[in-house]
Design a protein around this ligand. Structure first.
Ligand code: NAP
Length: 320
């Protein structure tokens, strides 16, 4: 089978297509023929060895994907060859024609979703769910800001928050991104590159501040986020690419909190609950992954350039 292999960390071009043996499933494992592969920012950090990542080389990148089960190992009870599935994590890496996974990493893909949409579920929706409900403890009726709503995680968060009756505000860097965020369920969206964007949001709010802010770029926004929280409000740091100075008095005056969130800390039991909830949302059509573009697998380097350098408008997906 064809797969991307990284033999040394570095720029996107270190990802090259190679011919590798097809995986065979061990006990409790499945092999999936991949139709679509999700590209996430973390794939670029691991590939470049940034943010403390030191991958064991050589390796095939990728955590997300969707396809059809082709083989199951002993003890697999919930899925069978021929099932349409999406993947949230794997044993062998998803930038490939085939992938080997543990049964708990594979979930049914509803008929209403395309494979490309299925490739945009694992990291983005898992992260959005854990940040919003588990770390942020957001509840129906809360006022939520998704700060960076045009990308994979942000759009998932907008859909999840809107689906359970939160009042959702959003930011995006382009007009297209703001329109997508509003069609995903945001009440209003502003430009996070505009210096006064937080004042504009607070003006529209009609209350003192946000109950929860999901933050995609904390090093740029955290200091100002703290001034935009309601009493008892929470900022959940989902994304961060540098250092930031804050005034802790902004927290004291509001009984407010800043919470970190890393999806990789979710236990298998927690992930099971998250994907049960997501599956119900996909089945009933209230959640709907948004695909920005589809590229052939051998254009993985271009996908890594785009996800780090271009404005977001949903998920970038590779098609093996
Ligand atoms: P993505 O699809 O590349 O989207 C990036 C988002 O960040 C876009 O909405 C972009 O908006 C927004 N952004 C750019 N400049 C911003 C600013 N000044 N203020 C606020 N937002 C800004 O990435 P993603 O998959 O949604 O992930 C978002 C971030 O979360 C990344 O940093 C990623 O590494 C991180 N993440 C963390 C976890 C975790 O476990 N903690 C899991 C998944 C992702 P425009 O392009 O419209 O400007």
């Amino acid at each position: 089978m064809r797969a991307i292999l990284v033999r040394e960390t570095g720029k996107p071009e270190v990802m090259r297509i190679e011919e590798l043996p097809s995986p065979t499933p061990g006990a409790g494992e499945l092999v999936i023929d991949l139709e679509a592969v999700g590209v996430n920012p973390v794939d670029t950090y691991i590939r470049s060895g940034a943010q403390g990542y030191a991958p064991k080389l050589p390796y095939t990148p990728g955590l997300d994907g969707a396809g059809i089960v082709s083989a199951v190992g002993k003890g697999v009870t919930q899925l069978r060859p021929g099932d349409r599935v999406y993947i949230a994590g794997s044993l062998s890496g998803t930038y490939a024609e085939q992938v080997c996974c543990l049964e708990g990493q594979v979930h049914p893909l509803p008929k209403s979703l395309s494979f490309a949409q299925g490739a945009g579920i694992g990291v983005p929706y898992g992260t959005a769910y854990r940040a919003l409900f588990i770390r942020g403890a957001a509840k129906p009726g809360d006022v939520v800001l998704v700060h960076g709503a045009s990308g994979g995680v942000g759009l998932a968060a907008v859909q999840l928050a809107a689906a359970v009756g939160m009042r959702v505000f959003a930011t995006a860097g382009t007009e297209e991104g703001r329109l997508i965020a509003c069609s995903a369920g945001a009440h209003a969206a502003v430009d996070h590159h505009a210096p006064e964007h937080m004042d504009e949001l607070l003006g529209q709010l009609g209350q003192s501040g946000f109950d929860v802010i999901l933050e995609m770029l904390a090093n740029v926004n955290l200091d100002r986020d703290l001034t935009a929280l309601a009493r008892g409000g929470r900022v959940v740091v989902v994304g961060n690419r540098g250092r930031v100075e804050i005034n802790p008095r902004d927290l004291m005056g509001r009984d407010a909190s800043v919470l970190g969130m890393t999806l990789m800390h979710a236990s298998p039991e927690e992930l099971g609950r998250i994907h049960a909830a997501l599956g119900a949302g996909f089945e009933r059509g209230v959640l709907n992954p948004i695909v920005a573009c589809e590229l052939p697998l051998d254009q993985a380097p271009k996908a890594h350039h785009w996800i780090m350098e271009q404005p977001a408008r949903g998920k970038i997906v590779l098609m093996p």
